[in-house]
Design a protein around this ligand. Structure first.
Ligand code: GDP
Ligand code: IMO
Ligand code: MG
Length: 426
């Protein structure tokens, strides 16, 4: 009866997978609306760990129809592998539905991702090298191949010929690489298509019927607001719209169909790859945050950069997404820190910035203005309700609410499904 977006409000890895899984208990449909297998979502159920990159986190519940929407980019080999892995662990992936309009990641996209990063040298973005950016490039330059194309061999071959001619020219003439073979790719992708037949459908209609049939629908964002191609720290971003608007275009519904927008925010911040990060801690405190928080990438295994919570960025995220609430995760990690800092504004060249600066160069050179809060120094991983948390922990959460103007509706105290303290509407 509600349509809820769950999205990242920082630079990704906020714990979206865990929160989506939690809300999926009462969901009928869970839709991924952007990104591809650059995402890495970890869910822990009864101590068992699931790492998903493309299939929506709701798949672990048998009543959920997991949907991969038109706004995503799909690497069919990865999708099939993920389905096989779920089957091996006793979860039925036959329910997964994929939009015929979703774009297909091709071998030349992965190759271009790697050579473009090499070309950028010191300016490189630090992408996941999964071909995400080049696939979206083809989508917008109208060279793209969509899932539906794979089911018409004649059309597929024609489109592949055009796209590959262009890519091989670039690969050989500009980047000094060997060309890719048309027949090899063609045969490989027809095999994927045969296996995916039955999963491809009009997901826009499926989602619309679910919403208007009184079902609970979740929209699961990947990446985060500050990695958004329009609203993030461009060019150090991903190539899609993780923000709430992306849920609308990326799944083919209207904005009036949405009821709630939950921003997942970690109690501190992490970032993978390059780009500005005002509250980054390049000291022993930062190292401890990475180790205690287990901040290593699910997809690439890279060490994540970490720093104090940035309330300026979170307020920005609340605005551009129209957040109705915040799911606050990993509060338990901050039990090991005292005092705890929150950036409430930035300072640069004698100017104070209370709002996220419109000129990105400010983000590189600014100094965060911190507010210090008292730590609580006790283990909170066994806490069973928000009211039973130490006073200092509650004060930290309440201060975040004040600074962002958005209610914190849940607090995470551990990676497990059960380690989330819900705060019902007062
Ligand atoms: P996502 O990409 O936003 O889904 O997040 P990731 O799965 O990449 O990273 C979040 C990590 O934090 C995962 O390892 C989760 O299991 C873990 N996690 C999520 N919520 C909590 C929490 O409240 N406490 C702790 N300690 N770990 C959490
Ligand atoms: P989840 O869903 C954190 C980052 C990459 C790089 C930039 C562009 O797990 O939160 P791309 O391969 O998308 O072209 O890389 O975006 N990035 C992520 N960082 N979490 C993610 O996903 C990310 N997906 C991409 O590190 O800086
Ligand atoms: Mg992740």
């Amino acid at each position: 009866m509600t349509a809820t977006v769950i999205l990242g409000s920082q630079w990704g890895d906020e714990g979206k997978g865990k929160i989506t899984d939690l809300y999926s208990e009462n969901a009928d449909v869970v839709v991924r609306y952007q990104g591809g297998n650059n995402a890495g979502h970890t869910i822990v159920v009864d101590g068992e760990r699931f790492a998903l990159s493309l299939i929506p986190s709701g798949v672990l519940y048998p009543q959920v129809t997991p949907v991969i929407g038109n706004g995503t980019v799909v690497d069919p080999a990865v999708l099939l592998r993920e389905m096989d892995e779920l089957t091996e662990r006793g979860i039925d992936p036959s329910r997964v539905r994929v939009s015929g309009n979703a774009h297909v990641i091709m071998p030349y996209h992965r190759k271009m991702d790697a050579v473009l990063e090499r070309y950028l040298g010191e300016q490189q973005i630090g992408t996941t090298k999964r071909g995400i950016g080049p696939c979206y490039m083809d989508k917008f330059s109208r060279f793209g191949i969509r899932m539906q194309d794979l089911f018409d061999p004649k059309i597929f071959r024609k489109k592949l010929e055009v796209a590959l001619k262009d890519k091989n020219r670039q690969l050989t003439k500009v980047y000094n690489q060997l060309p890719l073979d048309l027949d090899e790719i063609y045969e490989e992708y027809l095999i994927y298509a045969a296996r995916l037949d039955g999963h491809i459908t009009d997901t826009s209609l499926l989602v619309w019927e679910a919403i208007h049939g009184g079902k609970n629908v979740l929209f699961e964002g990947a990446q985060g607001t500050l990695l958004d191609i329009d609203h993030g720290t461009y060019p150090f971003v991903t190539s899609s719209n993780p923000t709430a608007g992306g849920a609308v275009t990326g799944s083919g519904i209207g904005p009036r169909d949405l009821d709630r927008v939950i921003g997942v925010a970690k109690a501190y911040i992490s970032r993978v790859g390059t780009g500005p990060f005002p509250t980054e801690l390049l000291d022993e405190t930062g190292d401890r945050m990475i180790e205690i928080g287990g901040e290593y990438g699910v997809v690439t295994g890279r060490r994540r950069r970490c720093g104090w919570l940035d309330a300026v960025a979170l307020r920005y995220s609340a605005r551009v997404n129209g957040l109705t609430e915040i799911a606050f995760t990993k509060l338990d990690i901050l039990s090991h820190f005292d005092p705890i800092k929150i950036a409430v504004a930035y300072e640069s060249g004698g100017t104070r910035y209370d709002e996220f600066p419109r000129q990105q160069s400010v983000l590189y050179h600014c100094t965060p203005i911190y507010e210090e809060l008292e730590g609580w120094n006790v283990d909170i991983t066994k806490a069973t309700s928000f009211d039973n948390l130490p006073d200092a922990a509650r004060r930290y959460v309440e201060r975040v609410e004040e600074l962002c103007g958005v209610r914190v509706s849940s607090v995470g105290v551990g990676p497990g499904r059960e380690a989330t303290l819900m705060r019902p509407d007062q």
